[in-house]
Write a protein that binds this ligand. Structure first.
Ligand code: ADP
Ligand code: MG
Length: 313
């Protein structure tokens, strides 16, 4: 536990969730509807200085990423996207054309994945830029995948590759020359892909027991599934999927790719657990990285390190 998660746990105790709804503790809240569907809602804030630096990310990229990070939470439940609300606190002195480019990026991803922008709020900010996006999605009632469903014996799986985004950020912050693999890694950092289609396919596959998206890094995110499910996990570092670009980047710069893969945030891949008998039926490209245990502990195989992911405070 740390400050951020203890704070949220306190709020959760103070505000009980109405019967039938899922509230704090998952990627989205789930509100059952009478038409056999359920509504998914999530909100996330991006604050200048904490989540991004204006000199490091362009406005178009930030617009894309603000929507991507939020719709990733809809993907994490296996939902289909409905729409978004965009709240902006804008400081004076933003460069000319900044907001237009931001909205262009937000629109590009919205058009690509069929998100509708339905409203929001605009205020001035005395200090920093703040972006708050709320997203809505839908799933068949009872079918959205929660963090709480993991069972001992399940395989722990993830889509895509781990650590690219964090390595991209490292390259940006350390001004590492743009060798051939760097644009791929910075692209993964600036313009992440929410795994909407994959999430929906997983939600309609029998035997998938739990799911979330990787936003804070696997080392942190795995623990959310463990805590919500009351399980442990054993993760084999050597089976973590690494892109060839990440491996090449780390080789050239004397870095350990597993530090990025296990601790680095913002991959926005899906992390899920599945009954071993269901694995063959999974249509989504994925890697098996470990298994769910009943010990309550997170054990890393193939390393002496412990990985805790990214923490805000
Ligand atoms: P994610 O990384 O998927 O966006 P978070 O770690 O931000 O999830 O949040 C974890 C859970 O805590 C979510 O269910 C979220 O709705 C809830 N949460 C976070 N901050 C607050 C808050 N200030 N008030 C109420 N719920 C909160
Ligand atoms: Mg999430």
């Amino acid at each position: 536990m740390n400050g951020e998660f203890e704070f949220i746990a306190g709020i959760r105790k103070m505000f009980p969730v109405p019967q039938g709804m899922l509230g704090i503790g998952d990627d989205c809240a789930v509100i059952p509807q009478e038409d056999g569907m359920e509504t998914l809602v999530s909100t996330d804030m991006l604050v200048e200085g904490s989540h991004f630096l204006l000199e490091d990310i362009g406005p178009r990229q930030l617009g894309w990423k603000s929507a991507a990070a939020n719709f990733s939470d809809i993907a994490a439940m296996g939902g289909s996207p409905v729409g978004s609300f965009l709240a902006l606190a804008l400081p004076s002195g933003l460069p000319q054309g900044w907001t237009d480019a931001f909205l262009t990026g937000f629109k590009e991803i919205s058009d690509k994945y069929g998100f509708a922008l339905l409203g929001g709020d605009t205020t001035a900010s005395k200090d920093r830029l703040c972006i708050c996006v709320t997203v809505l999605g839908r799933a068949v009632r009872g079918r959205s995948l929660k963090r709480s469903g993991a069972r001992p014996g399940d395989l722990v799986c993830m889509t895509g590759t781990a650590g690219d985004s964090a390595a991209g950020l490292y390259a940006i912050l350390h001004s590492i020359p743009r060798e051939e693999e760097v644009p791929y890694l910075t692209g993964r950092h600036y313009l992440p892909t929410p795994r909407i289609k994959e999430g929906m396919m997983l939600a309609s596959t029998a035997g998938i027991h739990s799911m979330m998206d990787i936003s804070d890094g696997i080392g942190s995110d795995l623990r959310h599934i463990m805590e919500e499910s009351g399980t442990g996990m054993e993760i084999d570092l050597n089976s973590m999927p690494l892109s060839k670009e990440l491996k090449q980047f780390c080789r050239k710069n004397g870095l350990d790719p597993f530090d990025f893969a296990a601790d680095g945030g913002e991959d926005y891949e899906l992390l899920f657990t599945a009954d071993p008998s269901a694995e063959a039926a999974i249509q989504v490209q994925h890697s098996v990285i470990g298994k769910v245990t009943d010990t309550g502990e997170l054990v890393w195989k193939g390393t002496d390190k412990d990985f805790k992911g990214f923490r805000h405070f």
